[in-house]
Design a protein around this ligand. Structure first.
Ligand SMILES: Nc1nc2c(ncn2[C@@H]2O[C@H](COP(=O)(O)OP(=O)(O)OP(=O)(O)O)[C@@H](O)[C@H]2O)c(=O)[nH]1
Ligand SMILES: [Mg+2]
Length: 397
């Protein structure tokens, strides 16, 4: 005799098979169901409290943002002389010009002091021009670990030939006239497009799975006594941030339209339990301009190398918005992470004190004392009215 559970399984199997047969044999059915499905994902997940099962099996349903649960003890080194017993496949990655040397020295000295002298991760520096001997020597001298310097392939950096230069020039002039930050700069646009779609394809990164993005002249305020890469790897995280804020609207006038078009045409790429609630206050209709500030990122390179994001980037690139507007890598990465990773795979590094002018994230007590943070706890972007952390928090409640 069949048990009740078996009946349910058999019925489910028949339903799923029927759905697949119909999806393949009737295009309309396939589109309609997957789009409906998608809409339900955007609308339905907020507030869901029960355990849920997706294609990967049972997944935890969060009742509060995951960062409220302390990082497990097992990731920490305890005594000062405690050595890591294992390491992730990861590197600290920095895009820089030769002229950024002093700023890089300042950032890297802190990176070593606060974290990496204990953990021993390698560095990769990328540039569209060859690094000078002085740059290479100075930077290599700051660490005992491997430091590699890579040249960016021409086509990964410079404005593609198919961009209508007349239109691009006219739009840059409009931005200059309207005081849009970096509105007149082509190199800035090259940088944003490179960071959005190419840095993770550089051959020097092929051997790594995780990266920590480091910019010149940033501050790392606190001691980090655990390995964030192992944490990301073992906990299945894909993207980590410290500060989130709204993007300047003038730089992304048509970005959201392009995102919506992509999602309409490729609903199969949007994951269940995504972070759309971080990006949109009206279930995806409009973009609230919230993004993770990408000058700090700890991420899984495979998120960007995957089919979903690669297709997404190509789609955006084909619109020309990196040059006709001034699409930043921060909103592009953030939208990519929010749609192609589950919301619980996006991690707020609350314990990492960080400053990139003009904003900082300073951990509050007890983290501030535990991690010996050298920032003023009152100066903390999370408390500002226009931090987007509340949008991140609310997707878990
Ligand atoms: N090789 C190279 N690196 C660049 C270029 N422009 C910017 N970068 C690097 O790209 C990253 C982001 O550039 P930033 O100029 O810091 O951009 P931003 O953070 O939006 O602006 P700031 O507020 O000025 O820091 C940094 O790591 C820079 O060193 C460039 O033309 N060539
Ligand atoms: Mg910067």
């Amino acid at each position: 005799m069949m048990t009740k559970t078996r009946y349910i399984f058999v019925a489910l199997a028949i339903l799923i098979s029927l759905h697949y047969i119909l999806s393949f044999s009737h295009e309309g059915y396939g589109k309609a169901t997957s789009f409906d499905n998608l809409k339900a994902q955007w609308e339905g997940f907020r507030g869901q409290k029960d355990t849920t099962v997706n294609a990967d099996g049972p997944v935890k349903v969060w009742h509060e943002p995951p960062y409220k649960t302390p990082v497990p003890e097992k990731y920490f080194l305890n005594g000062t002389f405690d050595k890591p017993t294992r390491r992730a496949s990861a590197a600290i990655v920095s895009l820089a010009r030769n002229g950024d040397l002093n700023g890089i020295i300042r950032s890297m000295t802190q990176m070593e002091e606060k974290f990496n002298h204990r953990f021993g991760y390698p560095y990769v520096f990328l540039n569209e021009e060859p690094f000078s001997e002085e740059f290479k020597r100075s930077v290599s001298g700051l660490t005992n670990n491997l430091v590699e310097f890579g040249l960016i392939p021409h086509d990964h950096w410079f404005q593609p030939d198919w961009i209508d230069e007349e239109k691009a020039t006219k739009n840059r002039q409009w931005m200059i006239d309207n005081n849009v930050i970096y509105g007149g700069s082509v190199p800035y646009r090259n940088m944003c497009r490179f960071n959005s779609g190419f840095f993770f394809r550089h051959p020097l990164l092929d051997k790594y799975r995780y990266y920590w993005r480091m910019e010149p002249d940033v501050r790392y305020f606190c001691t980090l006594s655990y390995d964030p890469f192992l944490f990301m790897q073992d906990e299945g995280k894909k993207y980590g941030f410290t500060i989130s804020l709204p993007e300047y609207g003038e730089t992304i006038t048509t970005l959201w339209d392009a995102v919506k078009e992509f999602v309409r045409d490729h609903p199969e790429h949007v994951v269940k339990d995504n972070a759309m609630g971080f990006l949109s206050d009206d279930n995806g209709d409009s973009y609230n301009r919230c993004h993770f500030w990408s000058n700090f990122e700890i991420g899984d390179l495979d998120l960007w190398r995957g089919d979903a994001y690669m297709k997404f980037f190509d789609y955006l690139d084909s619109k020309g918005g990196f040059y006709y507007e001034r699409w930043g890598d921060a909103p592009v990465h953030s939208i990519g992470a929010a749609l192609f990773a589950r919301k619980d795979q996006i991690h707020f590094f609350e314990d990492v004190g960080y400053r990139h002018e003009p904003f900082q994230h300073c951990p509050q007590e007890p983290l501030h004392s535990q991690n010996h943070c050298s920032c003023d706890a009152k100066e903390n972007f999370d408390r500002e009215g226009w931090s987007c952390l509340n949008r991140y928090d609310r997707i878990f409640t």
